[in-house]
Design a protein. Structure first.
Length: 300
């Protein structure tokens, strides 16, 4: 049997793009990633070569019959347009989260991938961390009473990264994956332009009407950190459980998952659950943005 190879291109060479190039050039032995072959990268900047990888134009990447899949690691704002171009060209797509900055665009792109029978895979390395896997085990089977997830980080350029409910969708993904479907009950946002400070506070209810709060806070010099406080009928969890370091990098784990999908090794049930989760989180991100942006209601 001739092993099936998928020619691949990386689009965008920021931190994630460079990690992608590294991992594609050094696949884990005997892993699904061995079926991916890096044929080049696309960037607006001029690099020539990075290691052995050669720079190619976007047009050539879209036209090439040898390229079957694109890894999209551009800024959030351009994900939608880039995914669309590669799907239209009949390529499979892996994209860093968030796949788009509107729910409508995300649903359209997903439909397009299905119509063209192409894999559209959204990276969610936040679900692959050992820290998260331990947390999920810890939470499993417990009855939530109330909870808070508070994220702090440095300033993001919103023109590039989008509204905080989208740029911070990794946190929302955690909450949905841990506690099931959520409904937004309210959301507000405080901005101090002069201080470059932003704080978004979102209140959710679980299916059992239990309250969950997500705070996304960013300002100059703020440490990148997540704090949790999940209270269950059996007690509260305020610190992350101890977790071992994984021997396999997060991007490599994600790349293996994408390759498994290309090889048809992921079950329909898993694919359906993942699709629901990704689109549901984007739908909620949009609801949150609408809540935060609607003018103050004035009650007479």
């Amino acid at each position: 049997q001739i092993s099936k190879m998928f020619g691949t291109v990386v689009v965008g060479v920021g931190i994630a793009g460079l990690a992608r190039i590294r991992d594609l050039m050094n696949p884990m032995p005997s892993s699904p990633s061995e079926h991916l072959k890096l044929l080049g990268f696309v960037s607006r900047r001029s690099f020539g070569n990075i290691n052995e990888a050669k720079q190619i134009s976007l047009e050539d990447a879209l036209r090439s019959k040898e390229i079957h899949a694109a890894f999209i690691s551009t800024e959030n704002r351009s994900h939608e347009e880039t995914i669309r171009m590669f799907l239209e060209a009949g390529k499979h797509v892996l994209v860093e989260y968030p796949m788009a900055l509107s729910a409508k665009a995300a649903h359209e792109l997903w439909e397009m991938a299905e119509q063209k029978d192409r894999v559209l895979h959204v990276e969610h390395i936040e679900l692959l961390t050992e820290e998260y896997k331990q947390l999920k085990k810890e939470v499993a089977g417990k009855d939530l009473v109330k909870g808070t997830l508070h994220f702090t980080g440095s300033v993001l350029d919103e023109n590039k990264s989008g509204f905080p409910a989208f740029s911070g969708i990794a946190r929302l993904t955690w909450l949905i994956d841990l506690f099931g479907d959520l409904t937004v009950t309210s959301a507000t946002r405080e901005k101090q332009k002069d201080k470059n400070y932003s704080r978004m506070t979102v209140h959710f209810q679980t299916a059992n009407k239990k309250p969950l709060t997500w705070i996304e806070e960013r300002g100059p010099g703020m440490r990148r950190e997540k704090k949790i406080n999940f209270c269950f009928t059996s007690g509260c969890l305020e610190n992350f459980p101890q977790a071992p370091r994984s021997s396999v990098g997060l991007f490599m784990q994600d790349q293996n998952l994408f390759a498994k999908k290309l090889l048809g090794q992921v079950s329909k049930e898993e694919l359906a659950a993942e699709k629901w989760r990704i689109l549901r989180c984007l739908d909620l991100a949009e609801v949150i943005q609408q809540y935060c942006e609607e003018p103050e209601k004035i009650y007479s």
